[in-house]
Write a protein that binds this ligand. Structure first.
Ligand SMILES: CC(C)(COP(=O)(O)OP(=O)(O)OC[C@H]1O[C@@H](n2cnc3c(N)ncnc32)[C@H](O)[C@@H]1OP(=O)(O)O)[C@@H](O)C(=O)NCCC(=O)NCCS
Length: 160
């Protein structure tokens, strides 16, 4: 289900990267990214020596999951996940997360995933809680989304 990106994934990844609600949820700069910028983003993620980046495949590409800032000393990695609308609510994200955990434990001996999520992203928060992520900290008015300062929840999970 998790695989390396291939050329034909570009359309789906580009659509996610340029979706303004996804940009808000992932706390990335809200703008239209051109083809070169999207290619550069995919290259950055796939070549990151302290990261992992996979396309989630379920009858075609339907999103991505990534780890960044993998710290070999502490065994921690910072998680990101995003699915296209039609793939949400089907259990696909949960399976993808389990597979990422497995791969991160095998390849990097990861012991812990951390993540940041907007306090208003109720769906993602319920999803992470369902997967046993715990809230570590809430930073008030921590992220500026272009129009408002938003509270950010920091969560983590010990892997086993
Ligand atoms: C976050 C994401 C990966 C979760 O995947 P998903 O397939 O939607 O997750 P699930 O449907 O398995 O779980 C979501 C849970 O939230 C619940 N939920 C849905 N909408 C909700 C809402 N508005 N408020 C609270 N809970 C909500 C669902 O009922 C479900 O719980 P349940 O399984 O107990 O019924 C996916 O929604 C996504 O890609 N979102 C956009 C990008 C994003 O926000 N990424 C995270 C950034 S930190």
């Amino acid at each position: 289900m998790l695989r390396d990106p291939v050329k034909t994934d570009f359309e789906v990844l580009a659509a996610l990267r340029n979706d303004s609600s996804v940009q808000r949820q992932l706390m990335i700069e809200s703008k239209q990214y051109n083809t070169d910028q999207i290619r550069a983003w995919i290259r950055r993620r796939t070549r990151d020596l302290k990261g992992m980046f996979f396309v989630i495949e379920s009858n075609g590409p339907c999103g991505f999951v990534q780890l960044t800032q993998i710290d070999l000393k502490t065994g921690s990695g910072d998680l990101g996940i995003c699915l296209i609308n039609s793939a949400r609510g089907k259990g696909i994200a949960k399976i993808a997360m389990r597979q990422l955990e497995k791969r991160a434990m095998e390849k990097y001996r990861c012991k812990k995933f951390t993540l940041r999520v907007l306090r208003i992203n109720h769906r993602a928060i319920s999803f992470y809680k369902k997967l046993k992520y715990k809230i570590i900290e809430i930073k008030r008015r921590h992220h500026f989304d272009g129009s408002r300062w938003r509270d950010v929840i920091f969560m983590e999970k010990r892997l086993r």
